[in-house]
Design a protein around this ligand. Structure first.
Ligand code: 5GP
Length: 203
């Protein structure tokens, strides 16, 4: 494995997708891990691009077959990260971006440890989050309420993450995210140091 993993979490509406797009636009080696979900596609979302959309039965089958690195029930829908896809990316030396919730992150952290770099993205306060969810007009009032309720549970995980971005001004948040993503590739825990040191002395 020669690649690296960048995990981005935070409340829905905090700007994770927009920041991820910026990484993909600016860091040539970066790729997005397309999750599988039982959520219905939103307007403008395409299967195999934003998510692999599936039904509960197929999702359960994937769980039973051990296809996921992690999976979680978020806002009443299931979401999971495919082991196959991520392994393929890592073999090819990619910087793999995972936009996953706090539950999924805790599982991935146990499995991948220091191999990953983690960032929590949020708004400056609850009111700003509510405004963004309302403005993006992609969810019903019920869904917005669920997401706001969930945000309270997610915020208490901030300390579990290495980096925190308070996305108030997008340009500032974007610069922060790009520097974190760029440096995550050089994390020393990604290198097998014993092997490197022994080959360093041999050559
Ligand atoms: P949305 O429905 O707004 O696209 O995503 C809802 C939440 O699910 C977001 O917080 C997002 O980070 C999370 N999510 C997306 N994909 C995955 C995944 O594969 N695993 C987990 N655990 N959470 C995910």
């Amino acid at each position: 494995m020669t690649g690296s993993v960048l995990i981005i979490s935070g409340p829905s509406g905090a700007g994770k997708s927009s920041l991820t797009k910026e990484i993909l636009n600016h860091i040539p080696n970066a790729v997005f891990s397309i999750s599988t979900t039982t959520r219905k596609p939103r307007k403008g979302e395409a299967d195999g691009v934003n998510y692999c959309f599936t039904d509960k039965e197929s999702f359960q089958k994937d769980i039973d077959e051990g296809a996921f690195l992690e999976w979680a029930n978020v806002h009443g829908n299931f979401y999971g990260t495919s082991i196959k896809q991520i392994t393929e990316f890592l073999k090819n030396g990619k910087l793999v971006i995972l936009d996953i919730d706090v539950q999924g992150y805790m599982i991935a952290k146990k499995k991948l440890g220091n191999f990953i770099t983690s960032v929590f993205v949020t708004t400056k306060d609850k009111k700003s989050l509510k405004n963004r969810l309302v403005l993006r007009q992609s969810d019903t009032q019920d869904t917005i309420d669920t997401r706001l309720e969930n945000a309270k549970k997610e915020m208490i995980y901030i300390n579990e993450y290495e980096y925190l971005i308070i996305n108030d001004d997008f340009k500032t948040a974007c610069n922060a995210m790009l520097s974190i993503a760029a440096s995550s590739i050089y994390k020393s825990t990604l290198t097998d140091k014993e092997e490197f040191i022994s080959s360093w002395f041999k050559n």
